[in-house]
Design a protein around this ligand. Structure first.
Ligand code: ADP
Ligand code: ASP
Ligand code: MG
Length: 453
């Protein structure tokens, strides 16, 4: 059994959905379970619809609704389905759009959005796309069955970034997915979407379909999780920023996890964890160039023994907080108090550097930052700097590369670098730059460490 996940661009229109159906059909001997994202751009459009409704902008809300309707109906028409399947597809789309209309009408009246209602709307992209993909598969002769992700992906009720209940998931996949595969059918479900025990719709966070795929792969004990996307694999940098980026043929779980965590959007950061637990290889592939072979992520990775930089990743929208207090000098328990404040506000800290009298941290969930600053002000001073980016060189044996740091500094001179961190593991070197310099930093690092060799 394999899990094959197709991202938004891969199912962006009717032609692409047909291509996806062909790719799945070609792999039918391997027992595919298919996970799909919403049609490209749909989740963002749904979130815009919610924002417009809550802002009582009915003109914008109606415009978003009609573009969602057109996009989905054009996809249905382009699939060339038999008349009964076309009818089923159109009904699903019209019903889904009706639900979005109802939910956002409520938001419009109240002038507010609740997390629960927002998730019901945000989930609609995948709730529609998986039905269309299942019908496209049926059309080419596959015995495909659409499986509502809410039957399988049991989560907690943290709307917008729900956490799956792994024990329930294992049981639910046995009921709702495994029997189909055993009977030679191809189940197709939506990523990103789940439901609580009470059946309330939840979502896993942006880009979460990759995470759905690896969770399902782990629950089913799949032999491989395939992530089909719009680039040839995990690359030495984001090809949209670095034109000479190359595809990495094989990377370790640890390297892939660092890359994903530090902004290589090609994999959602949580994707690797379930795969590592069950030691399931993750194969990143290009939907538009399947012949290219992609990237294999597994526990060994590339077996090249030499220490070297393998890729560069970056993440924008980071805030830095510098926290200082003369009382920190020589005292104990100060860091614990600081982190306790972040903990109480459920805000994760990414990178930390510290001196005798101050510490700096980076945070990418910035919603609670002002409240955190307020709480910290009870016992220290905290300064926030927004608009920063984290840049991360990922490689192996980086601690053993004697000139790495001097090379990085020389390559980037005179761009100011902050919070330089090497040493917490030998597979990453991280620092903070101003967002406006981030692309240039990534390009220069790529040219120096990944193009010259
Ligand atoms: P999907 O919709 O298939 O999930 P995403 O847009 O989420 O696709 O992720 C694919 C995108 O990730 C690529 O188009 C590329 O711009 C971006 N990306 C960022 N860093 C990397 C990297 N190191 N390797 C490959 N792609 C990357
Ligand atoms: N459709 C969701 C998003 O755009 C999930 C995904 O594509 O992975 O964030
Ligand atoms: Mg993605």
């Amino acid at each position: 059994m394999i899990v094959t996940k197709f991202g938004g661009t891969s199912v962006g229109n009717a032609e692409r959905i047909k291509q996806v159906a062909r790719l799945v059909w070609e792999r039918r001997e391997r027992g595919p379970v298919v996970v799909v994202s919403a049609l490209g751009g749909v989740t963002s459009r749904l979130l815009d619809t919610i924002t417009s409704a809550a802002a009582r902008d009915d003109v914008a809300r109606a415009a978003h609704l009609s573009s969602l309707r057109e996009l989905h109906l054009a996809a249905v028409d382009g699939l060339g389905l038999s008349s009964s399947r076309r009818e089923r597809a159109r009904n699903a789309v019209l019903q889904g759009l009706g639900a979005i209309d109802d939910a956002t009408c409520g938001m419009l009246l109240l002038g507010e959005q609740t997390p629960r209602a927002s998730d019901a709307v945000a989930a609609m992209g995948e709730l529609l796309s998986h039905v269309l993909v299942a019908l496209a598969l049926e059309e080419i002769g596959a015995d495909a069955v659409a499986v509502d992700p809410r039957l399988v992906m049991r989560t907690d009720a943290r709307h917008g970034s729900a956490e799956p209940d792994r024990a329930a998931l294992a049981e639910l996949t046995l009921h709702h997915l495994a029997p189909h595969v055993a009977a030679g059918r191809i189940p197709v479900t939506g990523g990103y979407v789940g439901a609580t025990e009470d059946g309330v719709t939840t979502t896993l966070g942006r880009g979460g379909s990759d995470y759905s795929a690896s969770l399902l792969g782990a629950a089913l004990g799949a032999e491989e999780v395939q992530i089909w996307t719009d680039v040839p694999g995990m690359m030495t940098a984001d090809p949209r920023v670095v034109r000479n980026a190359r595809t990495l043929q094989r990377v370790s779980f640890a390297e892939a996890a660092e890359l994903a965590y530090f902004g290589a959007r090609v994999l959602h950061p949580a994707t690797i964890r379930p795969a590592v637990e069950r030691c399931i290889p993750v194969h990143v592939l290009d939907t538009f160039h399947p012949e290219l072979g992609g990237t294999i992520v597994d526990d060994e990775g590339d077996d090249a023994p030499d220490a070297r930089v393998r890729a560069v990743a970056w993440r924008k929208g980071i805030a830095m907080m510098s926290i200082g207090s003369p009382r920190m000098l020589g005292s104990h328990g100060f860091l614990a108090r600081v982190f306790d404040v972040f903990g109480r506000h459920e805000t994760a800290v990414d990178v930390v550097t510290t001196s005798e009298v101050s510490i700096s941290v980076t945070v990418d969930q910035v919603q609670r930052l002002d409240a955190i600053q307020q709480d910290l002000s009870a016992f220290c001073e905290a300064r926030i700097e927004r608009g920063r980016a984290l840049v991360c060189l990922v490689g192996r044996g980086l601690l053993e590369s004697p000139r790495l740091v001097s090379d990085v500094l020389a390559t980037l001179d005179p761009i100011p670098l902050r919070m330089f961190c090497l040493g917490s593991s030998d597979i990453n070197l991280t620092f903070v730059v101003d967002e406006s310099n981030a692309e240039e930093v990534v390009q220069r690092l790529h040219a120096r460490f990944l193009e010259s060799a």
